[in-house]
Design a protein around this ligand. Sequence first.
Ligand code: BEZ
Ligand code: FE
Length: 292
Amino acid sequence: MSYFTEENSAQVVIDAMANCDNPRLKEVLSGLVRHMHAAVKEIKPTQEEWTEAILFLTKTGHMSDDWRQEFILLSDVLGVSMLVDAINSRRPSGASENTVLGPFHVADVPVSPMGTNICLDGKGEPMLAQGRILDLDENPIEGAKIEVWQTNDDGFYDVQQKGIQPEFNLRAVFRTGADGRYWFKAVKPTSYPIPDDGPVGQLLAQMGRHPYRPAHFHYLITKDGFETLTTHIFDPDDPYITSDAVFGVKESLMADFVPVDDPERQKEHGFKARYFDVEYDFRLAYAQNGAA
Ligand code: BEZ
Ligand code: FE
């Protein structure tokens, strides 16, 4: 056993776990200790800076509850959420890519008939979203569960404005039929800020960063026998497309939002004026173990 010195600091702490009987926990903590000690040696914080860091984490904890998870936001803005996702969703070529789930997914939303207009507050520019859910051999997937959610035209999710927006505004669940197709009406998404009234918002400002996410809408697609797909579709023309506050943008997840001015097509899809058509096919990877 060695006493703690600046030189051997990480090893002394790792050696103190000799009796840990959880090998994974030991591996995780050893890695963390090694890298944290290396970071401290590189940064050389003053006592005041270290106290400030502890106070920041304390405020982050105080800001977190069932509805507001400031630690997840911290992980998001530092790119850690996207890195963990990248490591855990390596897919074969051709499969649709994952991105962050975000904090606004809601479980147990009722299933709606395909084609439903999920915009319940009447705000924003109408949009028709459509496409197919396919396997990697281009076969349609029947019975896929498609969960979708997006902000309203003011940039807020329904759950951020309870009592202001109708419940389940711009949020729905659909199930594909034998052709694997999906289609629903919603609104053309707009960019919006992630919650920035807490310590993470202050940190973003101090880093010289803005809190905005480029316009997108969310999909969570599940089907037994396939890898679950957690993803978004992005508007490539959004001003924040190259500076997403949470680094969630991927080239493959951009789609064209095509304005439709033809009255015949508008009528065919039940619109009375211009709408935006966005088409995107998702390709699900086969589950590694034969089940999702
Ligand atoms: C979202 O897209 O809903 C989101 C993702 C990460 C942090 C905050 C919001
Ligand atoms: Fe979002």
